[in-house]
Design a protein around this ligand. Sequence first.
Ligand code: FNR
Length: 182
Amino acid sequence: ADAIVLGISGSLREQSSNSRLLSSIRGLLPDGMKLLLYDGLGRLPHFSPDLDGDDARPHEAVREWREQLQAADAVVICTPEYARGVPGSLKNALDWVVSSGEFLNKPTAVISASPHPGGGSTALASLMLTLNMMSASIPPEAAISIPFVSKKLGPDGNVIDAKTLTSLRNLVQTLIRTVHKG
Ligand code: FNR
């Protein structure tokens, strides 16, 4: 069976630049690897430990989120920065898997993108603190922020900037090596 890369966009916006960047990863994957996009961020309930106990029946959306992470050989998260932080819906999803441990040793690449010069690097740093706390395996070359993103995407949402394509290609290659190291 094909190896699965689970793509998670931190933006719920229909025309999201982060979702578009994430989709562009599909064309960079080698044969035998496929990108699945997780689309459940908006369906997850607000995390509370009260809903997460042994006696509570797991919410359907939470079960689906955890199963998709478990089935993934690698994860790519591409997120905007909201008010210098990780968007609440993405952080909420991550809070649901702190104690269940799906990110333990999971090969993970992280991208932030913004039309602003900072590229969302503050959110990226915060996201990495959270994922490192959960012992995700994030190789140093698999964490990038992309400033001025609106100039780097064409009208169809394809990546039109050569440097950005090279960074994404390097990120994917690094992620693949991490998967193979097991
Ligand atoms: C933003 N944006 C933004 N950008 C940034 O670089 N740093 C920031 O702190 C913020 N804060 C912020 C808050 C809110 C509420 C919004 C709606 C936007 C701008 C943001 O980067 C821009 O809207 C991106 O296009 C969002 O990514 P998507 O939705 O295109 O993937």
